[in-house]
Design a protein around this ligand. Structure first.
Ligand code: BT5
Length: 243
């Protein structure tokens, strides 16, 4: 159960739409943004049709954090593609405050622990607005088929966390990071992914190569043989550590 008044007071987001159960916080946020609404958040205790990228599903059982923040792109100095990276950074900072320092960032939108996903981000454009959807496994469980590839803050720490408190931390970190473009560049430049051998599936392309870095638009730069390419979207799998 959320205390939306507390969240509004503690984050400065005055317009919070809260549902115990919703199909998808992103779907509602995008639809409201398309009707002209901005600077609001949609929060739900559970989602019945939580969305991942490429029409995949985000399992959203009670106990997790499911939130979409809608902002006007023009209010920030960062490229639209970087909003999801900012959200991943906000998750990493929030997890650290829950005593989880061993999070791993996986381009473009995942936060993992020990190779298991703890959070996923889906940022969607709606005209000049952006709906930044964050799913963070906090105290929730998952269906059996995800247990090998998902984890939660509660599983990793052995503690149950206050959802209001963690949500407030997450929202405040996100807003601060969106106002610090230089920390986003520093985060990308220091990424542990650089130098790793990965495979990427992007549309019809599937290549393996070494991560050379990230472009200013938030794309991943991969060297495969003599070719260097930048991908703006895709799924990356780590193949092996740098020698
Ligand atoms: C994502 O997609 O990781 C983006 C997820 C965004 C979810 C948030 S929740 C609030 C807002 N409202 C929405 O409707 N969506 C956003 P993708 O990279 O495509 O990863 C999806 C894959 O992650 C699935 O195919 C599963 O393998 C895995 N997965 C699904 N649910 C998970 C969970 N709860 N924890 C960990 N992994 C999960």
């Amino acid at each position: 159960m959320y205390d939306t008044e507390l969240i509004a007071q503690s984050t400065g987001i005055v317009s919070i739409i809260y549902s115990k159960s919703i199909d998808s916080t992103n779907r509602l946020a995008v639809s409201l943004a398309n009707k002209g609404k901005t600077d609001f958040a949609v929060i739900a205790d559970e989602q019945t049709e939580g969305r991942g990228r490429f029409d995949r599903k985000w399992e959203s059982e009670t106990g997790g954090i499911y939130i979409t923040v809608c902002r006007s792109i023009d209010d920030y100095l960062i490229q639209p593609q970087l909003f999801s990276i900012c959200a991943a950074m906000a998750v990493i900072r929030t997890a650290a405050e829950c005593s989880l320092k061993n999070t791993e960032y996986r381009w473009p939108n995942d936060v993992l622990i020990g190779g298991r996903k703890i959070s996923g981000i889906l940022a969607e454009l709606a005209g000049s607005k952006i709906a930044i959807g964050i799913g963070l496994n906090l105290n929730n469980t998952f269906p059996d088929d995800l247990s090998g590839k998902a984890t939660s803050i509660a599983i990793e720490t052995g503690r149950v966390f206050d959802k209001n408190d963690v949500t407030i931390k997450l929202l405040n970190h996100l807003e601060n990071i969106l106002r610090e473009p230089e920390s986003v560049s520093a985060f990308m430049e220091s990424s542990a992914m650089i130098g790793k051998t990965v495979s990427i599936v992007s549309g019809k392309d599937r290549i393996a190569g070494i991560v050379k870095g990230f472009s200013i638009e938030g794309g991943i730069i991969i060297k495969s043989g003599d070719t260097v390419r930048t991908f703006l979207a895709g799924d990356v799998t780590l193949l092996r550590e740098k020698a």
